[in-house]
Design a protein. Structure first.
Length: 249
């Protein structure tokens, strides 16, 4: 997948738990929710940007994954009942292979901000991009493949069985021991055999070396190691690389 040039003046907004980041071709700025004036300040910032279109990417909204075959539009809130705090607005992404629906909540305040500025926009969940990347990149293999996306204070696990997606979840963690606990809780549920199934880390980063080392003591590990680097999204380094090379084009 190669970058293509476009004349569209596109702005990216990345929504995190504590703040959102606005990224344009000329300027980047972070607005923290702890600042009581963040909406006013971000509105002023938006109004000054030269833009045609805004893409909002939610990294703070854990989705529910539903097979497209069984998805029902009027059940969206039910899909999220046990998964996350549900806002008034729930949206759905469709994966590039059209096999799954990604259901998640979005920020009503951010949406109102975009509407107020008469901006055309779209919403997307970070998981959708990770899934689309993996289904286009994974090699054929037998058995389970456990893909691990390490983030600051959390990790995502995405499981394929014989190249078919079967599971996703995200866990908040503080250290390697908590990571190992949740990881092997999931592996046990899928009766993984460490002789044949692999834990595959998305990216290979120095700051996560202790996590790689502790996992390697109990299972075969491998890496999806992209040589490109990006630091725009420090909380999620692998997604930052995917964002730079496969999304922002």
């Amino acid at each position: 997948m190669q970058k293509t040039k476009s004349n569209t003046k596109k702005i990216f907004v990345y929504q995190f738990e504590t703040h959102f980041l606005i990224e344009s071709a000329t300027d980047n700025h972070e607005f923290y929710f702890s600042d009581k004036d963040y909406l006013t300040k971000s509105n002023i910032f938006f109004s000054k940007l030269d833009k045609d279109y805004v893409e909002v990417i939610y990294l703070n909204s854990q989705p529910s994954i539903v097979p497209s075959l069984y998805f029902e539009e009027n059940m969206k809130s039910k899909y999220l009942d046990t998964n996350t705090v549900v806002s008034k607005s729930i949206v759905t992404d469709t994966s590039s292979d059209r096999k799954i629906k990604v259901v998640y909540s979005i920020s009503d305040e951010l949406t109102e901000l975009l509407v107020k500025n008469n901006l055309e926009y779209s919403n997307n969940n970070y998981f959708t991009y990770l899934y689309n990347f993996l289904v286009n990149k994974i090699s054929k293999s037998d058995g389970f493949s456990f893909y691990i996306n390490l983030n600051y204070k959390s990790f995502d696990i995405i499981i394929f069985n014989n190249n078919e997606f079967i599971f996703f979840n995200s866990f908040k963690i503080n250290d390697e021991n908590e990571f190992l606990y949740y990881l092997f809780f999931v592996l046990k549920n899928y009766e993984s055999s460490n002789k044949s199934d692999k834990i595959i880390f998305l990216g290979k980063f120095e700051k996560f070396k202790d996590y790689y080392e502790i996992a390697s003591k109990y299972s075969i590990i491998d890496f999806v190691d992209l040589t490109n680097n990006s630091s725009i999204i420090n909380d999620s380094p692998f997604f930052s690389i995917v964002n730079e090379n496969y999304i922002r084009n």
